[in-house]
Design a protein around this ligand. Structure first.
Ligand code: M6R
Length: 617
């Protein structure tokens, strides 16, 4: 994980670096640091904890901060070594001439460390990055050229990296390198920027070069040179960055998470736009590149994803098997990559990822790519590594999601999967499902208004009250069946990641096979029950839970008067069919998690130990 930033130009480098790092905090936030270069003097400042600690340190250094125009910075999510000041980046070599920031993991760092120690290098930190700093410095000793040193050193490094390096003897440049970690160069007028991601630089420029793996570059004030692994000078395309700086603002909300939850009506409208014109017309998915014949030949779908995206995939399985009538496997990428998996040209592989940078999913997709399976990528970042691996790119266009807890991207993924499932059914000509699909398409068209109704004050007041009431519980169980089982899993994930309450989602029918042993009046059980095939079944499971004194909270679109007393608290969602209900139920669970965490005073947007984009295996 981690975020890196670099600046060279006429602005105060410290300001650009801090602003950039503040927009990269979603990548990690356990420590941060900057190196500021003026002539052949380099000053390094680092701080443990949140970025604000580094800001405080820089406030005490006005001289260097006001007069330096070249610098590199880093925000860390610890992989090797504790999140301490010593382990924070930038790192240097023994002579302190070379300074380096790094995002990624150096797999052979132990081996390299031993070799370098034998050559006399001494190490201050426990990080893999410091090893790279020493290695590049050793190579510099041979060539006296930072670009050459970077090229030589990266050939010896195994693993993933995005590097920014500066050297006291070459004070007019930043040298960069990339392999399996994102890196862009923002192009300005008389200034250039380097960053792990667009939000870090979008307030300064809308033009950028995306580096490819194995490329290295020299970034100066007025030029950018990129070389491939054979040292050929490459003419990388300058791309237009598709974001506005305003999208990275809270717009008056207390947290990004709350703002992003509230954006979901519009997010749905965006995803539907141009694809679902009316319930009578066929879905238009021009980005999906398989022909009708190829679609008819699909024998199996495999969905590969992590975390929240994996939960979206589980809803996708349900809907795709039902309507497109193709067997669907849903796999956690981290498990998929260490198995002998089977895929061929008749397998459709769908990778789902908000960031498009999740290392496990990227590795899985790369493995599948070798097997001729068609790769469709559902992602919020059409500029990501994963998007670049896609045969069919299905962008979800939810806008930048800042909060570590995914909300609006989940919604957009769900809607994309509904559209894809209906599209496959229509292309296969499964006419028996036509009338049901027409009805569901109409529900999708009406969905944004229903989501917005749910976000109105009257509903949220009830959810807030429930949040307050249950915020002191240490454990929580979420139950559901059928298409809402993934909703239960996702609701539990949301609660645990931002409130640190031990929450687990179960298929309601599984309760009696073990988890029921945990029930007593200290255990809130949140049950999702929508009118549909499993309604009565979930209701019976709720009876079983109640009989064990569990504190029952119901989330439902309808409840019979006679069943009301079963629940200690009830949240009623707008009327919706069971098959579309995951998109409404999840809004309730997102809000519940949000208000519990907020009530407990947790750091909602930046929960401990997490990072938004998990770019390491
Ligand atoms: O960017 P991705 O969708 O690939 O990320 C996958 C997970 O890391 C992510 O969904 C994670 O579980 C979130 N923190 C959930 O809120």
């Amino acid at each position: 994980m981690c975020g890196i930033i670099g600046y060279i130009g006429d602005k105060k480098a410290s300001e650009v670096l801090i602003s950039g790092l503040s927009h990269l905090e979603y990548r990690g936030y356990d420590s941060s640091g900057v190196a500021l270069m003026k002539g052949n003097r380099v000053e390094i400042y680092k701080a443990e904890g949140k970025l604000k600690n580094l800001v405080e340190i820089l406030k005490t250094k006005p001289d260097i901060c006001n007069s330096t125009h070249i610098g590199i910075g880093h925000i860390r999510w610890a992989t090797h070594g504790l999140p301490t000041t010593i382990n924070a980046h930038p790192h240097t070599c023994n002579c302190k001439n070379l300074t380096l920031v790094h995002n990624g993991i150096i797999e052979n760092y132990q081996e390299l460390k031993e070799e370098l120690s034998a050559l006399g290098c001494t190490f201050q930190s426990q990080t893999d990055t410091e090893v790279a700093a020493h290695l590049i410095a050793r190579e510099y000793g041979k060539t006296k050229n930072l670009l050459r040193a970077m090229q030589a050193a990266t050939k010896k490094i195994k693993g993933a990296f995005a590097f920014c390096a500066i050297h006291k003897n070459e004070p007019d440049k930043i040298v960069i390198a990339k392999r399996n970690a994102p890196l862009i160069v923002g192009i300005g007028e008389g200034e250039n920027f380097i960053a792990s991601d667009i939000p870090a630089i979008i307030e300064y420029t809308k033009k950028a070069i995306y580096l490819s793996d194995y490329q290295v570059g020299v970034v100066k004030k007025n030029s950018v040179e990129i070389y491939d692994e054979n040292d050929n000078l490459i003419k990388n395309k300058i791309e237009f960055l598709p974001f506005e700086a305003a999208t990275i603002s809270k717009l008056g909300y207390k947290h990004f998470m709350l703002k992003e939850i509230h954006e979901q009506g519009d997010v749905i409208r965006n995803v539907l736009s141009g694809k679902l014109i009316s319930n009578k017309e066929k879905i238009n998915l021009e980005n999906f590149k398989l022909t009708q014949t190829e679609i008819k030949n699909i024998k199996r779908v495999q969905i590969i994803a992590c975390g929240t995206s994996l939960h979206a995939g589980l809803v996708g399985k349900y809907i795709m098997e039902k309507f497109a009538q193709i067997p669907v496997d849903v796999e956690a990428s981290s498990e998929y990559i260490y198995r002998d998996t089977i895929a061929d040209e008749n397998t459709l592989t769908i990778g789902i990822s908000q960031s498009g940078e999740t290392a496990d999913t990227i590795t899985a997709i790369k493995q599948v790519k070798e097997k001729n399976s068609h790769i469709a990528i559902i992602t919020n970042r059409a500029d990501s590594t994963m998007a670049r691996l896609a045969d069919s790119l299905l962008p979800i266009s939810a806008g930048i999601e800042v909060s570590v807890a995914a909300t609006k991207s989940y919604m957009a993924q769900l809607i994309s999967l509904y559209l894809l499932a209906f599209y496959l059914a229509e292309q296969k000509g499964i006419t028996t499902k036509d009338s049901e699909i027409i009805k569901l398409k109409q529900e999708l068209i009406e969905l944004p208004n229903k989501v917005e109704a749910l976000l109105e004050d009257s509903s949220t007041t009830k959810i807030k009250e429930i949040a307050k009431k249950y915020s002191s519980f240490k454990d929580f169980i979420f139950i559901a069946r059928g298409i809402n089982l993934p909703t239960a899993l996702e609701g539990a994930l949301k609660l645990k990641e931002i409130s640190y309450i031990n929450a687990t989602g179960y298929g309601a029918g599984e309760l009696k096979h073990g988890p029921i042993a945990m029930l007593d009046n200290n255990m809130p059980v949140l049950a999702i029950l929508n009118t549909g095939v499993v309604y009565d079944k979930v209701l019976s499971n709720c009876e079983e839970a109640r009989a064990r004194q569990a504190r029952l909270i119901g989330v439902t679109n309808k409840i019979e008067r006679k069943d009301k007393d079963l629940f200690e608290d009830l949240i009623i969602i707008p009327s919706v069919s069971d098959l579309i209900s995951p998109a409404l139920n999840i809004v309730v669970l997102q809000l519940l998690a949000y208000y519990i965490a907020e009530y407990l005073g947790k750091d909602v947007d930046q929960p401990r130990n997490l990072a938004k984009s998990v770019t390491v295996e």
